[in-house]
Design a protein around this ligand. Sequence first.
Ligand code: SF4
Ligand code: ZN
Length: 258
Amino acid sequence: MLEYDSRIAIGVSGGKDSLGLLHIMHRLGKKFPNSELVAVSIDEGVRGYRDEALDIASEACKSLDVEHVVYAFKDLFGVRMDEIASIERDLVPCSYCGVLRRRALNKAALEVNADRLATGHNLDDIAQTVMLNILRGDINRLHMMHPGGKRVLGFVKRIKPFCEIPERETTLYAYLEGFRFQELPCPYADEAMRNDARSFLNRMEVKRPGTKFTVYRTAIKMIPTNENPVTVRNKCKRCGEPTSQEICRVCQIIESLS
Ligand code: SF4
Ligand code: ZN
């Protein structure tokens, strides 16, 4: 997942998982003096929610003396999530936000010259995403979920160091470490289907301990082990970013909104 001299961009949202990851990577980094950490936060433009999270993230980075950069949707795409949520649109806000955030994180990681982009997704998150992809019939997305990251040309390798840590343990760690984290949920969170997957997996875990780990391991086994980088065939005709289509999803979204 990591090299001794990796320059790691950590996506820090201000929540318990990403801040826990920041603390642990910072501690581990002391044993690897050639490695470097930089925290990356994305300001989606959600007033009253993201502002607080960014304050918390910035305070944590200052206390650990970790470089911190913030990229805003408004600067990158000319639009804030508050504006997207307020207009008539085809999809729920998270569907737009997820695509734009992935682009913003990758852009930030490229610009800070990182060779890894680490996120705080835990075992529960990943098991839920596996279930969601199966329920939506979107099996192709499974191969992008590998916690060790897939090499895709034009993208910084995304890794998920907490992939085998249950959420109750990341929560416990946050309380034991005693750092401040954001507990307020995003006002646009459309978690209907994820909530179903979460409660199903939690019920199964009580009845049959180890279910979440089994779901996660099964998904990993389904991912091709080919180490060659995935080549993305096209460059977007609008923005030049790699895409499998003629116009990338980000440009399609921006066009549909305007
Ligand atoms: Fe974006 Fe949805 Fe997350 Fe809010 S809950 S920050 S809208 S992805
Ligand atoms: Zn584009």
